[in-house]
Design a protein around this ligand. Structure first.
Ligand code: NAG
Ligand code: NAG
Ligand code: NAG
Ligand code: NAG
Ligand code: NAG
Ligand code: NAG
Ligand code: NAG
Ligand code: NAG
Length: 675
């Protein structure tokens, strides 16, 4: 296929005939996400046998944290999931050359400390790897353990794509390749403190609404800590152990967690705890001039810095008073020094227009650009010597289910990412402006670190479920991954849009170590399960089913307690009898329908990733949607549809009295809502 030829970066010396012949021999790698920098096929293939031997170079097995061996173990489990026919042999440790294992086909993971991989700006990166495939070995040699990790992702993607295209067994083309990213950053940035923004409550003369406006701090100090009052919503925060587990899981998958505690703006949660630190007239701003303010901020970092394994943290520091520029700048610089001394970590701030004639933010601090023109201008920051991360909102912001006047899309705007840069070119971290090329840099700009896209959650804790956030992010993360790894117009091997579109569905479906799509194989036809007859309570073997699905049943609650208990429950959602209320991520969403206690009511719950509705007693003309109500900047309330996974694990329970009968759960290819 022409497409697969295009991903191979062939040396210029190769003739057209040779290109043609390698294509004809079918030895190409399939376009994957992100794209591969280089692969040169040679004769033969590595057939993945049913018993796979994975060997780790014993010289480096324990190097790094996570170590090469840690990554190897995760890879082994992932391989079993992606290629179900394989049986896992124990991982062996060996100093030997992989040829040593012949004739047992072996995947060999090692490091090559002499290998030098560079970002586009010329700085070295540990994320690079090369790989060499022969008929009996698949060797991945990384600059560091994380480089090997990316090499294992390439192997898995090639396996998944070949199985998705109908291959019965997996074979990898022999040859050699290498890969490394163009920019740094493979991170999950957690904006862990903030509040809803409601101007009337926050800045209205004499308005006390700020005292109760939703504000949250997501790291929970231990009981008895002096900071306990900072986290009133304990059920919406991480205890240390939970956070460390998540951070370790991310690190074990090559992802660094960058925590952000945002001050001195966006600090309502601190002022609700200590109103004496508030800037008069602005309850979401701290007054940095009070003698207790900076010590309080430092005490918060003192508590949580030991939790964080990243070498950097973000102190937020956005949207503070321009009139207090010097207070702001000296605060930011003081925090940089303080956090550096305390933990040897460096800091990031959001770009913020703080006009001062006399002071400037230290060049040790990375600036995360997000907005023109109030923000500092990235090309100017770069030329002054600041290190810059691109989070320009025109390309990279999402804001939950809705945003004012459609300001931000539901998912990253793919037209923009493929062709929204000046001249109709593709977006990449060096592109900050759609219209003005002078605001963009070249991909190799010395201090351009990379890009981060944002999913903000401005509409409170009941606007979206955790799975809805996954739906919003999944495809965007993959596309963004390609753009921040390879860029646009740098490598000939970067993906074309049709290649991404073709590869994504199969790769999303095959992603190992998770089942966020909540896919359950139907029992027969499209039926997940069927329970004819009447039931008061029942347990099934299906914990949750992702949309699209239809859940049908008839129900008659006991007259005694018509609204007690649960109709259905699963790991992601529950359906209460009362008002037919769905519960997900700790929040309640009533349908407002009261089931009569004197007869059976038939209910069909239908869900897609965009909405969930019920048809009551077959009244197809009146679909009833489960909604959330979102407070948009305190201006107006907006309805939003809710998508719930099917609560498929149990029927009845939680005090339910009554009968549920003729239960049937099917997966759909939903034709859309009835009109
Ligand atoms: C901030 O604190 C300083 C020092 O106490 C005080 O002079 C100033 O009026 C305060 N400003 C606001 C807006 O609260
Ligand atoms: C401090 O951090 C820097 C940058 O991450 C690192 O190179 C250095 O080794 C660290 N120093 C100590 C004492 O840990
Ligand atoms: C480009 O940068 C200039 C300052 O150099 C700024 O004033 C302008 O708003 C930017 N334009 C766009 C379209 O981003
Ligand atoms: C649930 O159990 C049924 C019957 O025992 C079985 O056929 C089906 O495969 C199981 N489903 C799951 C998801 O385990
Ligand atoms: C049902 O919903 C109505 C209106 O939202 C509410 O007033 C009532 O308390 C709810 N009943 C139950 C049992 O939850
Ligand atoms: C946490 O508890 C509060 C108060 O009971 C409740 O309003 C909120 O919905 C809960 N959040 C979660 C995620 O359970
Ligand atoms: C969600 O929260 C908002 C306030 O932010 C509230 O008005 C609304 O009633 C809540 N519940 C639902 C189901 O929308
Ligand atoms: C909910 O989804 C339905 C079906 O797509 C749509 O007709 C309706 O406008 C949506 N409602 C809201 C509030 O978005």
């Amino acid at each position: 296929m022409i497409g697969s030829c295009a991903i191979v970066e062939l040396r210029k010396a190769l003739s057209f005939l040779l290109i043609l012949s390698t294509c004809v021999s079918g030895a190409q790698l399939r376009p994957q996400i992100p794209s591969l920098a280089s692969f040169t096929p040679s004769d033969g293939v590595f057939e993945l046998p049913s018993i796979v031997q994975i060997a780790v170079d014993s010289e480096y097995a324990n190097q790094g944290s996570p170590s090469l061996l840690d990554f190897a173990r995760t890879f082994q489990a992932d391989l079993k999931e992606v290629v179900p026919y394989v049986t896992l042999a124990p991982i062996s440790l060996s100093t030997s050359d992989p040829e040593h294992f012949a004739p047992v086909p072996t995947i060999y993971l090692t490091l090559d400390p002499s290998a030098q991989f560079n970002l586009y700006n010329g700085r070295p990166t540990e994320e690079g790897y090369r790989f060499q495939v022969t008929h009996n070995s698949y060797v991945i040699a990384g600059a560091a353990p994380v480089g090997v990790w990316w090499g294992t992702r390439t192997l898995l993607q090639q396996a998944a794509l070949s199985l998705a295209q109908g291959a019965k067994t997996v074979s990898f083309s022999a040859g050699q390749g290498f890969d490394s990213p163009g920019w740094e950053l493979n991170e999950m940035h957690l904006h862990a403190s903030d509040n809803l923004w409601n101007p009337a409550f926050l800045y209205g003369e004499g308005n006390e609404g700020w005292k109760h406006l939703y504000a949250a701090f997501r790291f929970r100090p231990p009981a008895g800590s002096a900071l306990e009052g900072l986290v009133p919503r304990k059920n919406e925060s991480w205890a240390k152990r939970e956070f460390l587990e998540m951070q370790a899981t991310c690190a074990g998958h090559g992802v660094t967690v960058i925590p952000e505690i945002d001050t001195p703006g966006h600090s309502l949660v601190i002022n609700q705890w200590k109103p004496e630190l508030m800037e008069a007239g602005a309850p979401d701003h701290l007054n940095l001039s009070y003698p207790e303010t900076i010590p309080t901020i430092k005490s918060i970092w003192d508590e949580f810095l030991p939790w964080f394994s990243a070498t950097e943290v973000s102190i937020g520091a956005d949207e503070y008073d321009a009139a207090l520029a010097n207070d702001y700048i000296s605060f930011v610089n003081e925090m940089s020094t303080y956090i550096g001394l305390k933990s040897n970590k460096s800091i990031r701030i959001w770009g913020t227009n703080e006009p001062s004639q006399t002071m400037s933010v230290s060049k040790d601090i990375t600036i995360q650009h997000w907005d023109f023109p109030g923000d500092d201008i990235p090309v100017q920051l770069l030329s002054k010597g600041y290190r810059v991360i691109n989070s320009e909102q025109a390309f990279l912001y999402l804001d939950g289910k809705t945003s004012e006047a459609g300001q931000f899309p539901q998912q990253l705007d793919e037209d923009l990412l493929w062709s929204g840069a000046p001249g109709g070119r593709g977006w990449a971290p060096n592109v900050f402006s759609r219209t003005d090329a002078t605001n963009n840099t070249s991909p190799d700009a010395a201090n351009l670190r990379g890009a981060i896209f944002a999913l903000w959650n401005d509409w409170g804790n009941n606007a979206t479920t955790a799975l809805e956030i996954y739906y919003q992010l999944a495809r965007s993360v993959a596309l963004f991954g390609e753009k921040v790894w390879a860029g646009s117009d740098v490598r000939a091997t970067a993906l074309a849009r049709d290649q991404f579109d073709a590869a994504y569905p199969a790769l999303n479906a095959a992603a190992p170590g998770q089942n966020l799509n909540r896919v359950v194989k139907p029992h027969h036809g499209n039926i997940i399960y069927e329970f004819p007859g009447a039931h008061r309570s029942l347990r099934t073997n299906v914990s949750s089913v992702g949309p699209p699905y239809t859940l049908e049943f008839s129900v008659k609650p006991d007259p005694g307690s018509p609204s007690a208990g649960l109709l259905f429950a699963g790991v992601d959602s529950r359906l209460h009898v009362a008002n037919l209320t769905f519960e997900a991520t700790g929040q309640l969403y009533p349908l407002g329908y009261i089931l009569p206690a004197d007869r059976f009511t038939s209910v069909a719950v239908r869900a897609t990733r965009e909405y969930t509705y019920a048809i009551i007693d077959g009244d197809e003309a009146n679909p009833r949607y489960w909604y959330t109500l979102m407070d948009i900047w305190g201006d107006y309330m907006a309805l939003g549809n809710m998508s719930f996974a099917a609560p498929s694990q149990s029927v009845g329970g939680g005090g339910f009295g009554g009968e549920i009968r003729d239960i049937r759960l099917t997966i759909d290819v939903d034709g859309g809502p009835p009109v």
